[in-house]
Design a protein around this ligand. Sequence first.
Ligand SMILES: *Cc1c(COP(=O)(O)O)cnc(C)c1O
Length: 461
Amino acid sequence: MANDDHGFATEQVHGGFVPDADHGARVPAIHMSSGFLFDDFDQARDRFAGTDDGYTYTRLGNPTNADVERRIALLERGAEAILVSSGQAAATVAFLGLLQAGDHVVSAQSIYEGTRGLLLQNLGRLGIEVDFVADARDLDAWAAAVRPNTKLFFAETIPNPKNDVLDIAGVAATAHRAGVPLVVDNTLATPYLVRPVEHGADIVIHSASKFLSGHGSGLGGVVVDGGTFDWSVSPERWTHLTSPEHALGGRSYVDAHGTRAYVVYARDVISSRIGPTPSPFNAFLLRQGIETLSLRIERHSQNALAIAQWLDQQPEVTSVDHAGLASSPFHDLAERYLPRGAGSVFAFTLAGGEPAARAFIDAVQLFSRMTHLGDVRSLILHPATTTHAGRTPAERAAQGIHDGLIRLSVGIEDVADLLRDLERGFAALRGAEQHAQGDSLTELQSLGHTVPEQHVIAEEI
Ligand SMILES: *Cc1c(COP(=O)(O)O)cnc(C)c1O
């Protein structure tokens, strides 16, 4: 279905489309059906045997879900995708398709908290160990963390809240030298900004709840297999894929499916057994989102860069973590991997610490106070007391997550309105300072009066 003549925007609306032979519906139907009829006795037998590739039961496959899988696999330039019900389910399926008790993972330190918890608490209890690489740019540190039982490298293309950028090709090459695949979470970049498989990553996961959907109306996740990793090079490492003993039916997954061995195993043995099946209705919502992905990401990225540049000029701001700024330590990586934009989830730090962050966040009216990302609406959050509250102050300090740090997920609204809203935050800060000196302006605010922010800002500048 990949057509070399087609650009991203064309593929996002047409990719993977299979015409509806029954009715000619232009938009594929939502198949809200738990199961599927067999025409007769023999067809039931053949479907179970896999010699007839029709559907049986939605946990094992559903036409609506499959339609979205084809489109995402195409956009990511993967061989095949598995749609699941959340990003956490995607990480679980991707990891359990590779790992067993006694195995070891090397992961970037700065990753989504839920994924970190999954590795430490859930997989940890199953006897799987993980080591974290503090600076993901340090390829020697990745190599030094490898052990004989290491089975995968994991990182995010754009970790939040600090808008870092992963050296995908560098980390992939280091993983491959160690004989293991690189799994990356591409949630914050989306395939519109970067396709990790084209830079050497082997397996890509997404929280489809975020930018791929964009509308924030439902959760979803996806595992995309690049189909690039050769499991037969070290068969003793992946006996669940290479040994007939672990397959039902006498042939190993590699023998039966070749380069598709991993994705078939992850679908049939992990996802279908554990059962994080997405509702076909959510798959439909996700596809509606994907059809406008490039348009949204362009606007998200433009808005975010404009806001980052503006924040960088504010006297109360001590740093802005956005890789699109020339001052960012990740700027060179952003230019290499993210020429279309460095994403729209980033952070800035207020000099006044937590009290300043509180005043700022409570003053905005257009940004939603929310723990979510990649929504068409702009969102604001204080990581130190929410997403990263489970880390010790020393851990947060080591990651640069200071008490004055605020995370933004910039939406697609008019940027002038977003800037005006952020000005409310600064006005509140300035009001709070003046309140300490007994200024009447703040008293007006505390009585619920709207302060004419234009006036406040002009005074301060
Ligand atoms: C949200 C998120 C997840 C988890 O996804 P859910 O859909 O909420 O389960 C994983 N990784 C990243 C980078 C995320 O932002």
